[in-house]
Design a protein around this ligand. Sequence first.
Ligand SMILES: Nc1ncnc2c1ncn2[C@@H]1O[C@H](COP(=O)(O)OP(=O)(O)OP(=O)(O)O)[C@@H](O)[C@H]1O
Length: 789
Amino acid sequence: MAAQDAAVDSLRDRETGVEQEHLDRVYRRLEEKIDEAEFLMQDAGKRGQVGTPGALAERDAQVFRAGIHLNRLNSEFEDFLFGRIDLLRGKDGERGPDGAFTSVEAADDAVGEDGTAGIEETLHIGRIGVLDSDYAPLVIDWRAPAAAPFYRSTPKEPGRVVRRRVIRSKGRRVLGVEDDLMRPELTATLAGEALPVVGDGALMAALGQARSHTMRDIVSSIQAEQDMVIRAPAASVTEVSGGPGTGKTAVALHRAAYLLYQDRRRYSGGILVVSPTPLLVAYTEGVLPSLGEEGQVAIRAVGSLSDEASGPDGATTYDEPAVARVKGSSRMLHVLRKAARGALEQPAARPAPQEGQLEFGEDRAEAGTPTRLRVVAFGARVELEADELRRIRHNVLGGTAPVNLLRPRARKLLLDALWNKSSGRGRYTDPELAAELRSSFDEDVSTETPFLTFLNAWWPELTPRQVLAAMSDERRLNRWARRILNQGEVRRLARSLRRLDEEGKGALSVHDVALLDELQTLLGTPARPKRKREADPLDQLTGLEELMPQREETQRERAERLAAERTEYAHVIVDEAQDLTPMQWRMVGRRGRHATWTIVGDAAQSSWSDPDEASAARDEALGNRPRRHFTLTVNYRNPAEIAELAAKVLALAMPGMESPAAVRSTGVEPRFETVRDGDLASTVREEARRLLTRVDGTVGVVVAMNRRAEARAWLEELGERVVALGSLEAKGLEYDATVVVSPAEIADESPAGLRVLYVALTRATQQLTVVSGERDMPDGNGVPDLLRD
Ligand SMILES: Nc1ncnc2c1ncn2[C@@H]1O[C@H](COP(=O)(O)OP(=O)(O)OP(=O)(O)O)[C@@H](O)[C@H]1O
């Protein structure tokens, strides 16, 4: 036995050494390329202003590309090289641009009658492609067609692949290799020697690793069904469904990197990834840089998607479920339409103007919006009374144009009405003279303070936040929501908006953001004088010597500015799509009107209570673009023991829905605890403490939303490896171990509570403890009612 182990070890060492040699060659070549790129940049800099503007532009672009390449090479990715495939000879013997044979099929005579076969081609797969000086492929980019068999080949459909190897490395050092044999029936040889095979597969090794607070890329172990999605042609809409842990988020992010590799020009319009929570954004945002993609992809939480709530102003609070239901519903669109127009009329509560300040001030005490306009024209007073003003307002608001953009029209109709009442009208019969008089009337009246002050009060330029704040007045909201929302809904909605002051400042809820975004569209933004355009580096190519030191920064700044100004994207990826409310779909839809889409989700994890309404809104956002659907079927996150328990809740939440098959089992059954000595805090704390000793990585404690704050306090002393989460915040995240606190509380939180509980139960990669309170009605073993057979 010992001799056998020693033989295995020496084989492993030898094969690790073989890959080390290859990695050394790769780094030597990379160093050469870095030198080349540096030379190119310096040389271009020295040559200054030689040549035509066209030639300089071309060279400038070349230098820019070299700069990017240099940055990527210099950043020395961890496990830069991670895979290798050993292949039989291809059918047609042709090679593609990366130097690899193009054929997926093996040549008819690649395998001898006695089952022997020689390896004809060996490809190494890495994060970016590297060619040798004679253009032979040293490393194939994982996204290149030649790398596809690394992911697609299975023992059932091996194609040309005989052995697939995953190489683990750190920096410049190869740490080990794991092989999967795709054609075990063959007696294969490599350079005349029997093909060695090490270990028993890389996937299990990857899945068993401890989790940290950031997601890892899965580039070395993408599975065939996932690869089909990642490399799916950029059809208009790619829809992906799959249960918890099937890799939907991972696949969506790898697809972003793949699409950029495939057609960088097409996606220069940017890729937007919409994520349900800021926690999931933080968890996932390192994946793309690790795949060598930065800058082109924006990952945003749905609560900070709108300009109205970006950055630190992003929404952080959650509405209670009954309020969230109203705010997310597409009925809100009709309410907002009315509110955007109705908010022009201010109620009386505003501070009364000082004596004599306003000509129209007489009626200010009763109503915030003036009800009379009085100006002096041609030496006489001209007035418009309440009725006339009302008629004009009604007339202007007739169409559907954005309210703020209607102000010029309102101004014009006011002037028309004043003119009609003035002595100027009918003074001249000559049309030219009449027109001249009219134009000077307009000029005089519209620049007078009384008119301007009136217009500002009577047709103020509204901000989305002001309108939202106006909806906190129940009386007004009642008017705007008549026959759309019921009394209870109006009351709850108005109350929830009282967090905002008159200007709309104050804590926003996640659902407020979609409302603000909709209001921004309904109100419109009047054109402002443009800021001076920043000089575009490509406009100044003739000054290359000056450009060289600054150009990198200028380009980056420009990219950042463009990203900040970007309102529409070339591709939109929606993660956890089942959770978008109809109003959120409208918001996301506006950002991808001309985009292609990738939408990943799982109906069984939806926290939205009306899936039909959401799916109608989704259809509207996507229009009639063709769709392609994929299903992922394997759960890579949960061990079978945990998946089995979660399946019980799935059966309650969505009878008849299948849960994905877990790929591994740990032999550790979920634990059931009941509250000890009536002290929930210490029971949960003790359990979290126990789990910290059982796993190397993180422990997540999931509680009902209204317990979030107290749970954080319970666990404070346990350090950074333990995180307390509200049930809705657990979306998409994972931990080595989890504690789910009171399934009944989570399930009773909202109409979609059982599905939210299903999410909570499927977060652990190793161990799960369920803590039950009285409400859970635990049996003698502590198993709560909801989790019994
Ligand atoms: N091919 C793979 N190789 C290694 N790890 C993988 C693979 N596929 C998925 N995983 C891992 O499985 C876990 C679950 O993946 P991910 O979070 O993408 O699943 P999901 O379908 O989005 O889950 P949920 O719906 O629960 O949010 C992650 O840790 C991911 O890295």
